[in-house]
Design a binder for this molecule. Structure first.
Ligand code: TMP
Ligand code: ASP
Length: 237
């Protein structure tokens, strides 16, 4: 597999073409941003952890019947993935109130829901990723009704699998963000990443935050938290 030109640079990853038009290489950076890029920083070693963690979790999901873009881990920071056209929706599943949910609805962080919730944002940095519902997504032609159904089904299935897995690691899966892509045949697969950048992970016993909120909220111990969740996951995989 030959790595060709860089196609895209995002906030946390770079994407390269390969000599196979159906495959791309994703390269994970240590760069961290928050609040739509307003806050910028570096989390040393994050790229290596996110690459590894995302790949391990995607492989587990794939094994349980959820299709993903994952093909092969190439090295510490790089992974071969299927080329997809990204559905411009950020899909957020929540088990416990936190972050923007707590702020928007005026509820304390930590309120445990009776059942998981799902919400969508329009993936559009210029607009600040505004929240939207399924009707809006269809009106804007971001996804079809069938695609939205598949995305919801996969997202809740991902939640059940990941929640159970993280529980075994002594970690509570509070919420997370997923992105999906379309393969050339039109089918929907899980894409992007699953990492402490995109999940809220709390220590099950102490409630300590082991995710990017430590960076967003200047809590300190950011690198240590990423290393801790990675270590717990490795011990259970
Ligand atoms: P929120 O409470 O800020 O809406 O975040 C919900 C979850 O989504 C949380 O686990 C962090 C993740 N997330 C991202 O991965 N990217 C983003 O741009 C945002 C805003 C949240
Ligand atoms: N990565 C996102 C940004 O920079 C937000 C976040 O993860 O909080 O906007």
């Amino acid at each position: 597999m030959k790595k060709l030109e860089q196609l895209y640079e995002g906030k946390a990853k770079k994407v390269y073409a390969t000599d196979d038009p159906s495959l791309l290489i994703v390269s994970y950076k240590d760069d961290a941003t928050a609040f739509n890029g307003l806050k910028k920083g570096t989390i040393a070693g994050k790229g290596v952890i996110n690459n590894r963690m995302s790949n391990l979790l995607m492989q587990r999901l794939e094994a349980s019947g959820i299709p993903t873009h994952f093909v092969k881990e190439l090295n510490d920071r790089e992974t071969l993935v299927k080329r997809v056209s990204i559905v411009p929706l950020e899909v957020i599943v929540r088990n416990i109130a936190a972050g923007s949910f707590s702020k928007r609805y005026g509820v304390e962080e930590g309120m445990v829901f009776e059942f998981p919730t799902i919400e969508f944002s329009y993936k559009n940095d210029a607009l600040g990723d505004p929240l939207l519902n399924e009707y809006h997504a269809r009106a804007l032609r971001l996804a079809t009704a069938d695609e939205i159904e598949a995305i919801k089904r996969y997202s809740f299935a991902v939640n059940e699998k990941l929640r159970a897995f993280w529980r075994e690691c002594g970690v509570t899966l509070v919420d997370f963000k997923l992105e999906f892509g379309r393969l050339p045949d039109g089918s929907i697969v899980l894409a992007d990443e699953i990492s402490p950048d995109t999940c809220r992970l709390w220590d099950s016993k102490t409630g300590e935050k082991l995710d990017k909120d430590r960076f967003r909220r200047d809590l300190g111990g950011v690198e240590g938290a990423y290393a801790e969740v990675m270590q717990r996951l490795s011990a259970h995989i």
